[in-house]
Write a new protein. Structure first.
Length: 448
């Protein structure tokens, strides 16, 4: 058979042989990439702890970074695998509680979608997962918390939150679940085989066939766009229900935000976590100085910083932290400049920038926070004792306001004074309000 006749037989729609081969090669590459996605280096586990009846008297006890979580009937684990080039949700596992013991883990799905590096809150990963509603009660309220363990044993956990399972309560968002990518290859072959059969039966209706083929291919491409892909466009308008500060837990475990939504078939979760690609060698600490805040004197600012590190170099395998002032109109006094959580007291109002620095013994990092300090109106001045001496009957002049101060910066004046026991005192009527003292005794004065 000649090459031209061969090309004609395998391209019944008039599509060039090179295009057919290109499509087939693309499918093979897709299949190879899907099968090889499990060959990753680091493995990090994000667990959904489900108290399906919202009762601590039933279910199992599960250890987390926040302490034991009681009443857990089901434990769903989303496994994220990382390499030096990316991060993938590799599988979802389920455990159920029987009596007071969690059963063995069973794989519910071999996922294979992106972990959404850089797509989540604060530029971190957006890990998408789901629980089929068929595994949950049809009514009632479920209590949920999220825990994590990274490949080196570092942990984090969120506070619990409630989800209504009552169908009378409308879901947060109806999300259509697209076609599984594993069906794309066989459906694609079926589509083109059908097109070839149609062309042989109706050789004069090529235009109609081309239009139908275009519509079907468009629908297939739409169906293959999996919602669980690490992108967050379909989470627009949904607020987080739990989370922790970035840097408050180890890298690859730190849970910053948790979201959920549902459709008629599944309950979906999005876990924004500080998951990163695998690296070699020491990495700088991750530092968070807290959110900007405004206080009113004389109250101090409560500083809530955090710092996480990879444990390198070892030794020291530890991070030292320090608070310092970057800018501001007055002085700042820290309760403990080396503590992540401490206080800052300010000498006067204004805008201050404070910096939290962390050092692992080799590399360092820092983060700044802005504190706006307001005054609380007029505050009492500070009057300090004055002293002088002179000979009997010799007048002495003393500026009693020279060492006094006012936190509001107001001008001080003398409003009253009392006479000494052995002489007279007079206040001069001038701007400096000097006093002349002509006898023995003590002067008592009051400032304003």
């Amino acid at each position: 058979m000649s090459q031209d006749r061969y090309a004609e037989r395998i391209a019944p729609l008039g599509i060039p042989l090179a295009l057919w081969l290109g499509v087939f090669r693309s499918w093979l590459l897709f299949l190879f990439a899907s099968l090889s996605c499990t060959a990753q280096a680091g493995e990090h586990r994000f667990q959904l702890l489900l108290d399906t009846d919202n009762s601590v008297s039933t279910g199992c006890l599960v250890a987390t970074a926040r302490g034991p979580a009681s009443g857990i009937e089901q434990l769903w684990t989303t496994v994220v695998t990382t390499s030096t080039s990316g991060a993938t949700v590799s599988r979802i596992e389920r455990q159920t509680c029987t009596g007071t013991t969690l059963g063995p883990s069973s794989v519910q799905t071999t996922a294979g979608w992106s972990a959404g590096l850089g797509n989540g809150s604060l530029g971190i990963a957006a890990i998408e997962s789901f629980v089929p509603l068929s595994f949950l009660p049809t009514h009632g309220t479920m209590k949920v918390s999220v825990a994590s363990t990274n490949a080196t044993g570092g942990q984090d956990a969120t506070a619990s939150f409630l989800i209504s399972l009552d169908p009378a309560v409308p879901p947060i968002l109806q999300v259509p679940v697209p076609l599984s990518p594993w069906l794309v290859l066989p459906l694609g072959f079926l589509l083109f085989a059908t097109a070839a059969w149609w062309h042989r039966r109706h050789p004069n209706q090529g235009s109609l066939l081309a239009c139908l083929l275009l519509v079907l291919v468009s629908g297939l491409v739409w169906a293959a766009t999996v919602t669980l892909d690490g992108n967050v466009g379909d989470w627009s308008g949904i607020s987080p229900v739990a989370g922790n500060a970035r840097g408050s837990a180890p890298i690859d475990a730190n849970i910053v935000a948790v979201f959920y939504q549902s459709d008629a078939a599944n309950l979906y979760f999005r876990i924004d976590a500080d998951v990163r690609v695998d690296t070699t060698g020491n990495q700088p600490p991750v530092v968070f100085a807290g959110v900007d805040q405004t206080i009113t004197l004389p109250a101090p600012a409560q500083l809530n910083g955090s710092a996480a590190d990879d444990g390198l170099p070892n030794p020291p395998a530890a991070v030292t932290t320090t608070w310092s002032m970057v800018s501001g109109p007055g002085a700042v006094t820290f309760g403990n400049a080396q503590a992540l959580v401490t206080t800052a007291t300010f000498s006067q109002g204004g805008v201050y920038v404070l910096r939290l620095s962390a050092d692992d013994g080799s590399l360092s990092a820092s983060d700044d926070v802005q504190i706006t300090v307001n005054t609380s109106g007029n505050q009492n001045p500070t009057a300090r004792a004055d002293s002088t001496q002179t000979f009997p009957a010799a007048p002495v002049q003393l500026n009693v306001l020279s060492n006094d101060s006012d936190p509001n910066g107001d001008t001080l004046t003398v409003i009253s004074f009392s006479q000494g026991a052995h002489g007279g005192v007079a206040c001069l009527a001038n701007a400096e309000c000097h006093l002349h003292w002509t006898g023995y005794g003590h002067l008592h004065r009051q400032r304003r």
